[in-house]
Design a protein around this ligand. Structure first.
Ligand SMILES: Nc1nc2c(ncn2[C@@H]2O[C@H](COP(=O)(O)OP(=O)(O)O)[C@@H](OP(=O)(O)OP(=O)(O)O)[C@H]2O)c(=O)[nH]1
Ligand SMILES: [Mn+2]
Length: 179
């Protein structure tokens, strides 16, 4: 087996252990790990992304934000490039939610191309997930608000991957969200 395949297995294993007790917000309580795996798979399967460090960062992208993982741990385990991409896509959870959401819009255009890829795939996965089913406790208005906000973030990520951007545009169009 080639070394990149081994690296990806090591990375998916690390993420699965970290997210082991977490579930998605859907009524079925889907294991959380389905999300990072799906984000990485959107990149490889739909976006044509072959850069293994980007795929690793996609698998790890919510570990620092949502588990006890530190950037130092990612750096020591997977190296500086993966750690830097994960850092770029990690929200500061100590901030109030509204401020966090505002910062995503503000920071998106300044991200590296690798981080922009992860962010595009993350949004595409989450918007598809909202179309699949509404998270527990969310109103239709909150779902629509998420589409509006995601569109603002995606505006700052454009010029990165035309396939992913076109798929996002189609979802925004279906929701009547202004591009
Ligand atoms: N659509 C959907 N999202 C779910 C579900 N379960 C968990 N999530 C996560 O919830 C986040 C979006 O919900 P919000 O209320 O806006 O954000 P918050 O959890 O950070 O407060 C996403 O985080 P994220 O991946 O960090 O992305 P981002 O939205 O913060 O950019 C998404 O992955 C689900 O069943 N459906
Ligand atoms: Mn995510």
């Amino acid at each position: 087996m080639n070394s990149e395949a081994v690296l990806l297995l090591e990375t998916v294993h690390f993420a699965a252990e970290k997210h082991r007790n977490q579930r998605r917000k859907d009524t079925e309580q889907t294991p959380y790990i389905n999300h990072p795996i799906g984000v990485a798979r959107i990149l490889s399967h739909e976006g044509g992304v072959m850069d293994v460090e980007v795929l690793q960062a996609a698998l790890l992208h919510d570990t620092v934000e949502d588990t006890d993982t530190s950037i130092a741990e990612i750096q020591a385990t997977f190296g500086p490039v993966v750690a830097r991409i994960v850092q770029e896509v990690t929200d500061d959870k100590s901030l109030p939610k509204q401020e966090r959401k505002r910062q995503q819009v503000e920071h998106a255009p300044h991200c590296s191309p690798q981080a922009k890829l992860v962010k595009l795939a993350d949004k595409l996965y989450n918007l598809r997930d909202l179309n699949r089913c509404t998270p527990v406790g969310w109103t239709a208005e909150r779902v629509q608000e998420y589409f509006l906000w995601a569109c603002e973030v995606v505006k700052g990520l454009r010029g990165t991957n035309s396939v992913l951007e076109e798929k996002l545009d189609e979802l925004f169009k279906q929701r009547g969200v202004q591009l």
